[in-house]
Write a protein that binds this ligand. Structure first.
Ligand SMILES: C[S@@+](CC[C@H](N)C(=O)[O-])C[C@H]1O[C@@H](n2cnc3c(N)ncnc32)[C@H](O)[C@@H]1O
Length: 212
């Protein structure tokens, strides 16, 4: 990578999209709104969970809930800047115009695929398009309810490699959706305790599972 390319990626990471006052006022994570991450600290926490992957082909960052592709672009730029070589898949039910603009910023450096598809269908489509694809980092920020988080955890399970991480957003325990998401994570880890564990280091708003 040239110095100029590194500079461009660093610029993306130094300027993450911040939620506008309207985003915060009119959006709830439980609807089709799009509240961006709760701050720069949370973004750093998210990115710190990506880490250097093992040398495996066809290894991916997967995001459910593209929003305006703010987190997608940050994760893609972080992976590219660190030379991790991960591909990125993201999906959402609403195709916002900002998505194409955001993803264009990283398309020269990372293979990023966007599906305008609900979570229940995206797993099949992704595997048909990229047979044998595996996951190193999964970020769930789509539909914030128990059934959908469970569905995504079980659907992703066959593709998560050892030491892969799953971050779930908006898990704050003083909200109904936060409690539902946390319960889905706890139940999934209880059912799969030989393979998955909840990590101790969390933010109030983001909890992480690790594949053992
Ligand atoms: C809170 S936003 C995501 C914000 C984004 N991660 C960011 O930080 O920029 C939630 C997104 O999830 C998507 N979504 C909601 N329900 C979904 C579902 N069942 N399947 C896929 N995406 C869904 C919405 O379309 C919306 O784009």
């Amino acid at each position: 990578m040239t110095d100029d390319q590194r500079k461009k990626l660093k610029e993306i990471l130094d300027n993450p999209p911040i939620a506008t006052a309207d985003d915060i006022r009119f959006s709830k994570p439980t609807d089709r709104g799009c509240v961006y991450l709760h701050g720069k600290g949370e973004l750093e926490f998210l990115l710190s969970n990506i880490r250097k992957p093992p040398m495996i082909d066809n290894l991916w960052i997967v995001e459910i809930g593209t929003g305006k592709a703010g987190t997608t672009t940050q994760m893609a730029a972080y992976s590219a800047l660190n030379g991790y070589g991960l591909k990125v898949m993201t999906c959402s039910v609403d195709h916002r115009p900002e998505i194409d603009k955001e993803l264009a910023l990283v398309k020269d450096y990372v293979n990023v695929i966007y599906y305008n598809t609900p979570n229940r269908d995206v797993w099949h489509r992704w595997q048909i398009d990229f047979p044998g694809a595996k996951i190193w980092f999964l970020f769930l920020d789509g539909s914030h309810n128990y059934a959908h988080v469970c569905n995504d955890l079980w659907a992703a399970k066959p593709y998560l490699i050892s030491d892969a991480r799953i971050a779930v957003h908006d898990t704050q325990i003083d909200t109904e959706y936060g409690q539902a998401e946390t319960r889905a994570m706890e139940d999934f880890c209880a059912w799969n305790k030989r393979d998955f564990e909840l990590m101790d280091k969390i933010l109030e708003t983001t909890r992480v599972i690790r594949r053992k």
